[in-house]
Ligand binder design. Structure first.
Ligand SMILES: Cc1cc2nc3c(=O)[nH]c(=O)nc-3n(C[C@H](O)[C@H](O)[C@H](O)COP(=O)(O)OP(=O)(O)OC[C@H]3O[C@@H](n4cnc5c(N)ncnc54)[C@H](O)[C@@H]3O)c2cc1C
Length: 551
């Protein structure tokens, strides 16, 4: 590799002795939400993965509290939902969005903004899953443990310092932050999960577009024992307003996170928010004048809305905040990164394992970028609708979508088609590009949803009289060594997958003789209402060749 090919992330990236060399199909850089989920999903698809995270462990900051039900669907399929629930999500009161004069003031109410789901949202008609409210510092160890149990090689305390993005592969230099030891990694692909300030994105000269910086915020973390002063109020975000404090408050155990807006023209956050002022702000926000407060951290933070101009460059793919950032209103940011990971992981796994051709990976940018743009615009509009915040001039007006459609109805229209990017999942079309509609099935005595099946590979769901398609799927799977399973959805006699509520014909939009092919991320690749003829094997082989860019 010539020196010119390297893209450096640190001042002395390629200096020092290389201690070792290793190879991996996929190197993930960044071990927070998006990186850990990418590693977990890749491992579920049976692919070896190496992850490098510069911090010695998972995030110690509570950050993202809200994981939406679509994310929990992905966790179900990846086998971590039970562990996430066991980690202790909080139950919420009201909408979970508190407006209060102070956290202890009787003068408070639950914000009921337009399009908010509310804490008691019921998705049972569209999903087997539900939201979960828990802190990122509680979730990440669960993701880490499961990814490692599946064989992912997670290197904490390890930093990417340089990489070269060549047509044949990515070469990366990792540095152990404790010892300085360097390792050269030969990777098939590099996933940049290195956050909003992604140095990888920067070195690849990928710009971003969107409204940009919406506000500057000092994120103040303090420790204080509130005892039972909150009188059992359970909320995700408190919007507090009184003469001594105006801003957003979160309480996680004995830690209180205060977000206060400031103008950089007035000075640096560190100067504007010395410890004594932070103590006063915490007392005003809680409404407890003599509260014992320990200031832990003051971090300047920008609420930003921006999407990368492209999510891929050669063999490098951006996921999560590296690809898109959005305001916290609506809790879309971290969730969107997890959804990126699900879309990318199966593609990387199938290409790396030889089941698909490289053009399959082109679909990542084509499918995820439009959804990230819609979601970012919704987050900006939600911030205005919920908190009355103005946007920079030039920000386009966006009509708020109902959240059920945004969470479960986003689509990946196949190339050459112009279907909608968002549909109402309560009235699914069942067309290629849509998430497979949720229908309860009983398979081998196990109660599963159609949206639970992706982690087992591709799935062909045939109608009650479509057994020929299911047999063709099994035959193609055997012939190609492909993880593809055929099921016949019928009643107790007619199918191996029992349609518990008899909803499949209506939800799938296919005939009893037809079939629906579902990708390993739960999205529909193809469907037919035609009965399987003698050429069913050839028809299906052709569909798979097109879907997977495989010969
Ligand atoms: C106050 C607040 C509330 C929020 N609430 C929500 C919410 O309710 N729901 C929601 O969905 N989102 C929410 N978000 C957004 C969410 O926190 C982020 O979208 C999410 O953390 C992004 O995860 P990520 O893995 O993409 O990036 P990050 O969390 O930024 O992680 C990037 C990682 O990459 C590592 N890294 C960077 N460079 C290197 C390198 N060279 N080598 C090795 N490692 C490297 C970093 O150390 C870091 O761990 C909120 C954000 C804030 C600030």
């Amino acid at each position: 590799m010539s020196g010119d090919d390297w893209l450096d992330l640190s001042p002395s990236p390629t200096q020092g002795d290389l201690m070792s060399v290793r190879t991996t199909p996929v190197l993930v850089v960044g071990g927070s939400l998006s990186g850990l989920c990418t590693a977990l999903f890749l491992s579920r698809h049976g692919l070896d993965v190496t992850l490098a995270e510069r911090h010695p462990g998972t995030s110690i900051h509570p950050r993202t509290p809200g994981y939406n039900a679509r994310t929990l669907e992905l966790f179900r399929a990846a086998g971590v939902e039970d562990a996430v629930r066991a980690a202790g999500p909080w139950a919420l009161d009201g909408t979970g969005l508190l407006w209060a004069e102070s956290l202890t003031s009787p003068n408070h109410r639950w914000l009921r903004p337009p399009n908010a789901r509310g804490a008691q949202a019921d998705y049972s008609d569209v999903s087997p899953a539900d939201d979960a409210i828990l802190s990122q510092d509680v979730l990440e160890p669960v993701l880490r443990e499961h990814a490692e149990a599946l064989g992912a090689d997670l290197l904490f305390g390890t930093e990417l310092v340089a990489f070269a993005n060549d047509p044949g592969g990515v070469t990366a230099v990792l540095a152990d932050r404790a010892t300085g030891a360097r390792t050269e990694v030969e990777a098939g692909y590099l996933v940049a999960a290195d956050g909003a300030d992604s140095a990888i994105r920067d070195r690849l000269k990928i710009d971003r577009h969107g409204p940009g910086v919406l506000e500057n915020v000092a994120a103040i973390m303090v420790r204080a024992d509130l005892g039972d002063a909150l009188r059992g109020k359970r909320f995700v975000i408190g919007q507090v307003s009184n003469p001594g404090f105006s801003g957003m408050v979160r309480v996680v155990g004995d830690r209180i996170s205060l977000h206060v807006r400031y103008r950089p023209a007035d000075g640096d956050a560190a100067d504007l928010f010395p410890a004594a002022r932070c103590v006063e702000l915490a007392r005003a926000a809680t409404g407890i004048p003599g509260l014992d407060v320990e200031v832990l951290d003051v971090t300047p933070w920008q609420t930003t809305a921006a999407v990368a101009d492209r999510f891929a460059d050669g063999r490098v793919f951006l996921v999560g905040d590296a690809a898109h950032v959005m305001p916290p209103a609506g809790a879309y940011g971290g969730n969107t990164g997890i959804h990126d990971a699900a879309n990318l992981a199966w593609k990387l796994a199938y290409v790396s394992r030889g089941w698909a051709g490289p053009a399959l990976l082109d679909g990542y940018d084509a499918e995820r970028r439009p959804i990230a743009e819609i979601t970012m615009n919704q987050a900006v509009a939600t911030r205005t609708a919920w908190f009355g915040r103005a946007n920079p001039s030039g920000t386009p007006e966006t009509e708020l979508l109902d959240e059920v459609s945004l969470l479960f109805g986003y689509r990946y229209p196949p190339p050459g088609t112009d279907g909608p990017l968002v549909e109402d999942p309560r009235r699914p079309g069942g067309e290629p590009g849509s998430r497979v509609p949720h229908v309860w099935l009983e398979i081998g005595g196990e109660r599963l949803s159609t949206v639970d099946l992706w982690a087992r590979g591709m799935v062909l769901l045939a109608g009650a009289e479509g057994g020929g398609w299911a047999r063709a799927a099994d035959a193609v799977a055997r012939a190609r060594g492909l993880p593809l399973t055929g099921h016949v959805i019928g009643d107790v006699i007619g199918g191996d997958a029992i349609d518990v509520e008899g909803r499949w014909p209506e939800m799938s939009g296919t005939s009893p003789e037809g079939a629906t092919l579902v990708r390993p991320d739960g999205f529909i690749a193809w469907r037919t209402s035609d009965p399987a003829g003698p050429d069913a094997h050839a028809v299906l082989a052709g569909v798979l060749a097109r879907t997977l860019d495989a010969p």
